[in-house]
Design a protein around this ligand. Structure first.
Ligand SMILES: CC(C)(COP(=O)(O)OP(=O)(O)OC[C@H]1O[C@@H](n2cnc3c(N)ncnc32)[C@H](O)[C@@H]1OP(=O)(O)O)[C@@H](O)C(=O)NCCC(=O)NCCS
Length: 196
């Protein structure tokens, strides 16, 4: 048995600087600047958005994912300071394989927020939720071979490099390979609660 529901009821996770919460239709205007920056989307699996309608369509997909349980996307929202309440990125658990207790993870941070360890703070909360209440066994990440920041981030969170798959993604006219990283629940538990 697994603990994955057939639809996702809203909840929030909290870290020292962030709230991770469900997205709503009202987030479209905040999401557009993040996903319309070609530099941020450089290693993403789709090209940068050109029109705000794409943000609305993307949120509609997110809401559909909540309804049918197919994906769980959380918005990263700043808790304090001048920009309190600002949506600065997203984390998504998707490709749930319920029988085998596994899923994929994807994440992005708006460029103004890079280099401040926000994702290093957000991902442990999501991973602990996935291996805790959701009872997942394995989380997988698929990254572009040149995405060094993403690779370093995963390594710092104890993901292990497991493979290199060739020419797996067409993004626009470009074809790119995938580097696969995996994290097992036991890797995470050993890292978070090392044996004394
Ligand atoms: C991936 C992402 C979330 C990382 O967040 P970030 O705030 O930029 O990451 P950090 O600045 O904390 O960098 C992470 C690590 O990579 C290193 N790094 C960052 N850019 C680097 C570069 N160009 N070359 C070498 N190392 C780099 C940092 O020094 C850090 O390493 P450390 O922990 O050993 O010091 C962010 O860059 C992002 O959203 N990118 C666009 C979307 C994306 O590519 N998502 C991933 C798709 S799988």
């Amino acid at each position: 048995m697994n603990n994955l529901p057939s639809s996702w009821a809203p909840f929030a996770l909290h870290t020292p600087r962030l709230t991770l919460r469900f997205l709503t239709a009202d987030d479209a205007d905040s999401l557009f600047p993040l996903f319309s920056d070609p530099e941020t989307l450089r290693y993403w699996s789709s090209v940068a958005w050109l029109h705000p309608d794409q943000a609305r369509a993307n949120i509609e997909q997110t809401l559909q994912g909540y309804r049918d349980g197919s994906s769980l996307r959380l918005g990263l929202v700043l808790r304090d300071g001048d920009q309190a309440g600002a949506l600065i990125g997203t984390v998504t658990l998707y490709e749930f394989d319920r029988r085998n207790h596994r899923c994929d993870i994807g994440y992005m941070l708006g460029r103004p927020y890079w280099g401040q360890r926000y994702m290093q703070e957000a991902l442990p909360a999501v991973i602990s939720h996935a291996f805790g209440p959701l009872e997942l066994h394995r989380i997988q990440a698929d990254i572009h071979p040149d995405n060094i920041a993403s690779e370093r981030l995963l390594q710092s969170l104890h993901f292990q490099r497991e493979g290199h798959l060739r020419e797996r993604w067409f993004v626009g006219d470009e074809i790119s390979d995938s580097i696969i990283y995996g994290l097992l629940r036991r890797d995470w538990q050993a890292a978070v609660h090392p044996a004394q």
